[in-house]
Design a protein around this ligand. Structure first.
Ligand code: NAD
Length: 261
């Protein structure tokens, strides 16, 4: 599975799943361009420690996924630094929960822009280089919500369904270029974002931590266990490897059985 000497651009990799995937790639010898928002000193600490721990080149680009020009410039910066991008991992995403009639227009626009349109802009910018070099992996972090819906998440579910359609379309366009395009669709993943919701939900619903996990967060997840970022990272490594060269245009669920129901 070694990805030694390859290079990956992972969007939204300053925390959570993206950071887990970047770490898994670095552990396989892959150079990384990190991206995402956050405290500059914290990001630099993460960058330097990945570089020191795995002996690969780790760069950071702060492109805002709301801005197509910044996305294009980031792809170019990664190509210039590494001599090409082997793996584009589109991961940056945000969430907002509201009944549709109250859903703020700006939140709708932002979710569509970051969770869906940014995948298009990054892919569009990276494909010419991948075609030229005759190799590439594009992996989109979608969600169980790219396959099924939940109430009050209209923008998120719309954006993630969009990513599923985009994944299939571009896979067909690139099928004879040795470039695969796939999506990973997790259920609930144990990230700081999820962890932070627990104390408030315990208070709001007068529940124990275990009740919140089982009956609220994991209500739709039959295994009643969270996916881990390491598990997503392992699948991301597999999809980037030569062994996965005939997997393209598909969404692979990692959701504890959620979408089987
Ligand atoms: P997270 O909040 O820990 O990470 C999101 C990343 O995206 C961060 O690095 C953040 O800085 C970055 N980001 C957000 N807005 C950005 C912007 N405008 N420009 C650049 N970067 C931006 O969340 P996460 O749970 O790790 O989510 C990562 C992806 O996984 C998202 O696409 C999310 O929809 C998806 N997902 C998460 C879960 C889950 O349970 N955590 C489940 C399914 C899918």
């Amino acid at each position: 599975m070694s990805l030694k000497g390859k290079s990956a651009l992972v969007t939204g990799s300053t925390s959570g799943i993206g950071l887990g995937v970047a770490t898994a790639y670095a552990a396989q010898g892959c150079n990384i361009m990190l991206n995402g928002l956050g405290d500059a000193a914290e990001i630099e600490k993460t960058r330097a420690s990945l570089e020191a721990q795995y002996g690969v080149k780790v760069l950071y680009n702060g492109a805002n996924m709301l801005n197509p020009d910044e996305i294009r410039a980031m792809v170019k910066a990664a190509e210039d630094a590494f001599g090409g991008i082997d793996i584009l991992f589109n991961n940056a995403g945000i969430q907002f929960v509201s009944p549709v009639e109250d859903f703020p227009d700006d939140k709708w626009q932002q979710i569509l822009a970051i969770n869906c349109s940014a995948v298009f802009y990054a892919t569009k910018a990276a494909v010419p280089g991948m075609k030229k070099r005759g190799n590439g992996r594009i992996i989109n972090l979608s969600s169980a919500h790219s396959l099924v819906a939940s109430p009050f998440k209209s923008a998120y579910v719309t954006a993630k369904h969009g990513v599923a359609g985009f994944t299939k379309t571009v896979a067909l366009e690139l099928a004879t270029h040795k470039i695969t395009v796939n999506a990973i669709a997790p259920g609930y993943v144990w990230t700081p974002l999820v962890e932070k919701q627990i104390p408030d939900t315990m208070k709001a619903r007068n529940m124990t931590e275990e009740q919140v996990k089982r009956d609220v967060l994991l209500a739709a997840q039959p295994t009643k266990e969270f996916v881990t970022v390491e598990q997503v990272g392992a699948l991301a490594v597999y999809l980037a490897s030569d062994a996965a060269s005939q997997i393209t245009g598909t969404t692979i669920s990692m959701d504890g059985g959620w979408t089987a129901a």
